[in-house]
Write a protein that binds this ligand. Sequence first.
Ligand SMILES: Cc1cc2nc3c(=O)[nH]c(=O)nc-3n(C[C@H](O)[C@H](O)[C@H](O)COP(=O)(O)OP(=O)(O)OC[C@H]3O[C@@H](n4cnc5c(N)ncnc54)[C@H](O)[C@@H]3O)c2cc1C
Length: 460
Amino acid sequence: MARNAKYDVLVIGGGQAGIPLAYGLANAGRRMGLAERKHLGGSCVNFGCIPTKAAIASGRVAHLARRGAEFGLKISTVEVDFPAVLKRAKDIVIDLRRSLEQGFENSENPCLLRGHARVEGRDENGFRVRMGHGAVTAGEIVIDTGTRSLIPAIEGLDGIDFIDAENWIERTELPERLAIIGGGYIGLEMSQLYRRMGSAVTVIEESDQITGHEDKDIAEDLKRLLEAEAVEFCLNTQVRRADRKEKGIRLTLEGSDGTADIEASHLFVAAGRKPNTDDLGLETIGVKVSSKGIVEANKRLATNVEGVWVAGDIRGGPMFTHTSWDDYRILMSQMVGDGSRTTDRIVPYAIFTDPELGRVGMTEREARAAGKQIKIARFEMRKNGKARDLGDSEGFIKVIIDAETGCILGATVLATEAAELVHLYVELMNAEAPYTVMRDAIHIHPTLAEALQSAVSLFG
Ligand SMILES: Cc1cc2nc3c(=O)[nH]c(=O)nc-3n(C[C@H](O)[C@H](O)[C@H](O)COP(=O)(O)OP(=O)(O)OC[C@H]3O[C@@H](n4cnc5c(N)ncnc54)[C@H](O)[C@@H]3O)c2cc1C
């Protein structure tokens, strides 16, 4: 580490915004430091998006192999080698991480500083930041420290060696019976993954639907599809107690019809994310942080303290890699550009179950609550030829338009490759183009993308 060094800008956190920003500002002539306490790439590369989707890909191959007979193929047995599945995912992580690290080798600007960064105050030289035994100063700082698993206050949980979104990749023992706390996107993706690997899986969710933000018809269909693979759900249910048993665990659940115990060999906690802002020393410079640990920032990603910026999950709002990455573009615009780019943006997202859920814009509930005059079209994937050919005809497309302008307010694609498909609606929304632009275009036949067109054609 370059101790006692002085930087124009110090980025704290080598995640999805931090790395491109360090390079971008260095190219713009700023002397840059990037502080990272663990692995470059943050959550996405090391245990999040990338390795989960690698393992999910193995799950899909196993699933398709088991369905071989539907395609006229005889595949007598499908044996899962779970450690090998995790190794494949980890190899991808190591490869990506190595290429990020190589970029910083011998680089003086941006300069990579290894260790936990903690702000200590401000003086005439700038912000003082402690890094292990040394300290650096910076004229401006950008906080991109991300999140970690939120561990709910459940009696007995601290005595359980549970799996979570960070350690799953190291846990090579395949659970015989897995209980998952949380029916959000991480819990759902994991439920299907472990089920396809061969575990019996129960998801426990405290609200009355999975994927709480989505419309009920979508949440129910996704639940039905997972149940068809024998994933079990306990909705409206809270975990009150967790006890370690000689073999496995016992959970005491409380639901609308009283309490019950369930037993499992392993527990996965997927109850949300907690911002990494509690050990950053932000109070020493007066940066406002909410009671949940979110750094308060305006749409320029500026905090209440001049010279302190924020990026990524800890700024609140949508917690995705692509939004963190877009924060880098906003900060480039604000710090060295014309300042025109802000968080006024359309943010698509996906749940990588199979079929996937691709989403953009308002839900029906949100559109109605906003008092919009809307029209809704729903197209079933089984009516699409390519989906039938692929043996992936489950799911549907739901599009919501403004009744007056014909512009898309929101869209949901529950289908195979939905995370790819939804982008066509994203581009229509960004162009503020009416649905007729897609209706009147020619889409290649046979494709899944024809289904997107079929859906909007239902508006007439
Ligand atoms: C299991 C899982 C699956 C996911 N799947 C997807 C997906 O499919 N698609 C998607 O878009 N998003 C997904 N996400 C979310 C995505 O990973 C995050 O939104 C994204 O990584 C956030 O980026 P960030 O820059 O905010 O923080 P991070 O990428 O988490 O980076 C923060 C970095 O800061 C470092 N740090 C923290 N504190 C300090 C400190 N004091 N000093 C020095 N360094 C520090 C950390 O070590 C970390 O490297 C997933 C997340 C998880 C957990």
